[in-house]
Design a protein. Structure first.
Length: 212
């Protein structure tokens, strides 16, 4: 790699390291080096992997030096010898003939983030029987009644227009079991929603009780 290209890459590496902080390691490998065992020509935040300028090639570099695949690899996981997990990206630098002459690598230490993610999962986990859908919290009793009516329709599994008498009995039973009729003037709203009279509502409530 010529001097102007290297200078640009050095500046880019520095900028990325400053932008993303001490957990972001940026490494430049020279694949045309006279000493392939010392391919690193620049490194920022080398404490992430414990490497420095003049250190040897990684597995990816060795593969390139052997004439293997030189396709860019974006956002894959790697691990350091001391157990850190890194999110890595490898970009091949090419000459005018499309030959790989260098490698620009970004390695971001996500070890702490993974630990925090696991802790958050444990904190937010709920028993399996709780189900995966969060239960809504109503702002007032009117909203609560609307939500209970919606839940009763979902339990039946069909819109009111397609409900049979049996379906409506099951929906009314759910509302009664959840205490919906303890809400003031709930009977009239339920009757209007399901298109039934108050007499029919009371009949359905009694019929639902008989099925318990």
């Amino acid at each position: 790699m010529n001097a102007s290209m290297l200078q640009f890459l050095f500046r880019l590496a520095k900028a990325l390291a400053v932008q993303f902080g001490p957990n972001c390691e940026v490494v430049i490998h020279d694949l045309l080096s006279n000493d392939p065992d010392s391919s690193i020509v620049a490194i920022e935040n080398g404490h992430v992997s414990g490497r420095k300028v003049g250190d040897g090639p990684s597995h990816v570099v060795l593969e390139a030096l052997r004439g293997g695949s030189t396709e860019d690899r974006l956002s894959y996981l790697t691990k350091t010898r001391d157990g850190k997990t890194l999110k890595s990206t490898t970009i091949y630098i090419r000459d005018e003939n499309r030959q790989a002459i260098g490698i620009f690598s970004i390695n971001y230490d996500i070890t702490l983030m993974l630990a925090m993610e696991e802790t958050l999962k444990q904190f937010t986990a709920t028993p399996e029987e709780a189900g995966g859908t969060p239960e809504p919290i109503a702002q007032n009793v009117s909203d609560l009644l609307d939500e209970l009516i919606e839940q009763s329709v979902k339990r039946v599994g069909k819109p009111v227009a397609l409900m049979s008498k049996e379906d409506k009995v099951n929906a009314i039973r759910f509302l009664n079991d959840t205490g919906a009729f303890l809400i003031t003037k709930s009977g009239g709203k339920v009757c209007k929603y399901f298109g039934i009279s108050k007499y029919t509502l009371y009949s359905y409530i009694e019929e639902g009780k008989g099925k318990e």
